[in-house]
Design a protein around this ligand. Sequence first.
Ligand code: FES
Ligand code: FES
Length: 436
Amino acid sequence: MTPTTPAQHGPRVIEAAAPPDRFARGRHCLGLAADFAGATPHEVEAFGTRLVVFRGAGDGALHALNAYCPHVGGNLAHGTVKGDTVACPFHDWRWSGDGRCAAVPYARRVPPRARTRAWTTLERNGQLYVWHDPEGNPPPADVTIPEIAGFGHADWSGWSWNSLRVENANCREIVDNVVDMAHFYYVHYAFPHHFKNVFDGHVATQYMESTPRGDVDLGTLSTGGGLRSDASYHGPSYMIDRLWSDVGGGQESLAADVFTPAPARSARSGPAGSGSARSGPAGAGSGAAALAPLDRPGSVGPRPAGPRSAPPPAGVDSAGAAPAGAASAAAPSAAGPPVVPEPAGAPAVADVELDGRLYRLAWDRGTPLLDALLAAGVPAPYSCREGACAACCCRVLDGEVTMIRNEVLDDTDLAEGHVLACQALPLGPAVRITYG
Ligand code: FES
Ligand code: FES
């Protein structure tokens, strides 16, 4: 037998550290679907950032995107719904519900790879949900929000919605209650005489029957008789609670408790029950922990720790309409820290196809392709010049390049050879590139 140490017999110490640095996986309710109507987009604080929610005028669907425009950061929630897109208030770039850039009104070319994060939405029971997975996976087919029998029926009232913000909360503190019978006596002034938990897949159900404590006067609730509650969590952030109360001769109501992670180390919360209507679905709010800002989607590598390696454009030879030669094929750099070559050595030869013309130029080792092109008088497209908007996106046909920074292209884009000209540096002796 292994001897135990005094520490193993010591008192349990509740951890007082900061909550874990992630948000729960599951469908999170952002509110009542009807509250997101209109030509004005809506701003929602959630998951450590801000989302913009809008209903497409043509497709009629509710869309949720990251609110900060990937161009240079305009808040899309302050923009306008135009057709099935939301238009940024800063430069009017239009963003579709799938996160793609649909139009740049003043530009001759829409950046084909420009995108922002689009959240998977679900509209059900008159509520809007978004799916969140810290690992970026889509929702499994069997993990969804069930349709509530009675919702929309004339025998039931509509939702009554209340919300409450809870600072420094962790969603686990709320969900833990599903197995906690004793707290009902002290927190809810109810005396449980039947209590059972059933776990079925991702659904956790608490069955409880109680009577009010006789020593606490809660008005009608304390004198109205018994309560039966069947409460099911469908994931960590959404609970449907069917309630049968003896109050007033008998009432049936339904509450949905939703927990929406808000900013770091705080949470919005709306405990249940308030606004419950006779024979009608009851309102609810939200509550959960939010612990860290999310990365931008499609980001494939950390920003380099040092400053950008972008020396002033070097003087290069340029010549329009020169035939493009080929070089050895290699993929542009993928995820991970960028490989920034020393800005030394002979320039690479770049053959660039743009708008039906071919350009050949000397590409200095430490000079981003966009800078080299502009210095050579080639009218290459660009916008942010920060690796964030994809307005400068082009594709490597032959040769090898790396990027200083990439916040917008994903692994698929990179595998297809797309690079950001404002961040691209040559690795090989010759590179062939197209903007087609
Ligand atoms: S910041 Fe949104 S279009 Fe420029
Ligand atoms: S990523 Fe915006 S101009 Fe290159």
